[in-house]
Write a protein that binds this ligand. Sequence first.
Ligand SMILES: [Zn+2]
Length: 298
Amino acid sequence: MPELPEVETVRRGLAPVMEGARFDAVEARRGDLRWPLPKDFAARLEGRTVTGLGRRAKYLLADLSSGDVLLMHLGMSGSFRVAQENGGTTSGETTPGAYYHDRSKAATHDHVVFHMSSGVRVSFNDPRRFGSMKLVPRAKLDEEPLLRALGPEPLGNAFDAAMLARACAGKKTSLKAALSDQRVVAGLGNIYVCEALHRSLLSPKRRASTLAMRSGAPHARAEQLVAAIKAVLHEAIKAGGSSLRDHKRTDGELGLFQHNFRVYDREGSACPTPGCGGTIRRIVQTGRSTFFCPVCQR
Ligand SMILES: [Zn+2]
């Protein structure tokens, strides 16, 4: 499953070829991805210009000149490829965003193809078809069920220590569970929850309520945690995004990310906190693996 930084790197890769460009032609090669595509999908896109390409949690949001927003989710195995089109032939194909897993390039899995006025073809490839595309009027975006329940963006200004402490005050669940809750913070994902907790030296088993003081004001550890969350995400986006386990890239190098994870998927390794001397452990919390150091994370 692509994580938030990966989706953001995809957004940054697609923005230069889609923003300001018109959909000249749209091919919906099958009627469904995870859910059926709208029947008038191509007709509502063709002739429209993309006025902006944004992101909310793990959704890409293309604002259209018609007032619609095209919501796109990569699902488990989705990716976009961009190629220059020159009268029937294509060249210079790239896959925006650095994926931790190799992505399919098989044409049989190119389910949706955008021919843009910028002279590029953007193909959405998704072998497992857990990805999705949906058109929603911009005016109704606030009511959109896929987005409505999402908490603040972790990299947005609204996500700060005061907000996080408020969301966690009185919660008897663990910090790991609270940070994995999309209503508390959107799209953080298992890897980055583990990494941020380690960086802020907070135990994943700690009660979420301890981020707030009795008055409800944020404890200093909430400040540390928010700073750590923003730092790990910024670094991940810079490094190109990542997801999942140790997979060799086509050039034989380990994925960019493997080197940057301090605890994720590192059970049994020495804790990288200077002077700690602990060993990374794996436990299961709410059905997901948690990697942490029982010595320095308190
Ligand atoms: Zn440690």
